[in-house]
Design a protein around this ligand. Structure first.
Ligand SMILES: [Ca+2]
Ligand SMILES: [Ca+2]
Ligand SMILES: [Ca+2]
Length: 402
């Protein structure tokens, strides 16, 4: 991963210094469509520089005791879990616990929601309290998030079908959730509220409103690093001086917003094309929405763009197999946000050569992931099981091309 980033930094520097095309100087650079780390096309010089600062903060800033790590934490840098910006390995995710319904978390005074399983010297790592239900969560890829962030709330509402009016068994809902004041200070254009709640969309339960919230909580909960946004120390429960600067948090948010979306491979292969048709016929595409549009964005490269994430960003009841009896915000314990499928075929690269899919990585292949679908996705799963072997292969080939 380091070498890939090295190529990018060299590329960016040569761009900034306006020397010569880097393609000619770096003949052995990895294939562009296999890399996740890299900026969107069409960023200005200034934006390229901020991307680079965010890249370094995300990938290279390793927290130590001197820099405020912990006392309780899960890892000491963003990249420990999000290596190469790709999906993480089950060993380096984390566990959240203690909430089973919309009345909130009953274990807040026992360290909930996040189980920090590491501690700096002199402190004890947290243990899961008796009687608390939990979910193990695997780090998702962080690519293309700026596009997902820039989809309007109205579009998400238009995709939802809470009462299943069209009677197809699928009834995705937006996650109407309460959000922190600092997230309210950066609402997306034309955001829609309902009884004081906002539509949240990041994280496995879709519980975070924007990338600022997700990032500030990651510093605080995953690394024990306070910022002006999340100022409460997870160990003492007290406000302590920010351990990471506001500029750095903003740079990381900018980096996440401007990371390019994963590129397709093999799209013209006839089996891949046939596989995508079956994907639509089986109604997989009713949750894994192939095409979305961004609204207006202050980042021109993200403004009014069409893109292909294969998610509707909505919550769906996925049935008992995926119900851990743990939740966040107002989601049901059986509900999960549809994950984007772009980059799916590249996830083995950052997972050590094997797939670990679904929220906790329990599926070791794409097929296993499909067979775990239930609830609103039960009919789709049944349709997949009934396909001829040759057709199943086409579906899998399509999914690997994403
Ligand atoms: Ca700290
Ligand atoms: Ca905790
Ligand atoms: Ca429906």
């Amino acid at each position: 991963m380091k070498t890939k980033r090295f190529y990018y930094i060299i590329a960016a520097l040569s761009f900034i210094l306006v020397i010569i095309s880097c393609d000619k100087t770096l003949p052995n650079a990895p294939e562009e469509n296999l890399l996740l780390d890299g900026p969107l096309e069409g960023l200005t010089h200034e934006q390229q520089l901020q991307f680079l600062k965010g890249d370094i903060a995300f990938n290279d800033d390793v927290f130590t005791v001197e820099k405020g790590l912990g006392p309780l934490f899960n890892a000491n840098s963003c990249a420990t879990c999000h290596a190469g910006d790709g999906k993480g390995h089950p060993f380096i995710g984390f566990t959240r616990f203690g909430q089973t319904d919309a009345t909130g978390n009953n274990f807040l005074n026992q360290g909930a929601p996040q189980l920090q399983n590491k501690a700096i010297p002199g402190y004890a790592p947290e243990q899961l309290p008796a009687g608390a239900t939990f979910s193990n969560l695997l780090a998702p890829a962080v690519t293309g998030l700026g596009f997902l962030d820039a989809v309007s709330d109205a579009d998400l509402i238009a995709l939802s079908d809470p009462n299943d009016i069209n009677n197809d068994g699928i009834s995705g809902v937006p996650h109407w959730n309460t959000i922190p004041e600092y997230a309210k200070a950066q609402l997306r254009p034309n955001t829609i509220t309902n009884g004081g709640k906002h539509i949240t969309r990041f994280g496995k339960k879709g519980a975070a409103y924007n990338l600022l919230q997700q990032t500030s909580e990651a510093y605080n909960q995953d690394m024990g690093i306070t910022s002006v946004f999340e100022i409460i120390d997870t160990y003492s429960g007290l406000e302590i001086d920010p351990e990471v600067g506001t500029e750095q948090v903003n740079d990381v948010v900018f980096y996440l917003k401007t990371l390019k979306a994963p590129l397709r491979r093999d799209e013209t292969n006839p089996d891949v094309i046939e596989g995508e048709k079956l994907f639509t016929e089986m109604k997989c595409a009713s949750c894994h929405t192939p095409t979305l549009q961004t609204g207006p964005s202050t980042i021109e490269a993200l403004s009014n763009k069409t893109f292909h994430p294969y998610t509707d960003l909505l919550l769906h009841d996925m049935g008992t197999l995926l119900d851990d009896n743990y939740t966040e915000g107002f989601a049901l314990t059986s509900e999960w946000k549809t994950p984007a499928l772009w980059g799916l075929g590249l996830s083995q690269d950052s997972q050590g050569g094997t797939y670990f899919l679904m929220h906790d990585g329990r599926a070791k292949s794409i097929e296993e992931a499909i067979l775990l679908h239930g609830g609103e996705a039960l009919q789709s799963k049944n349709k997949y099981e009934q396909l001829l072997e040759s057709k199943k292969k086409q579906v899998l080939k399509f999914l690997e091309s994403l």
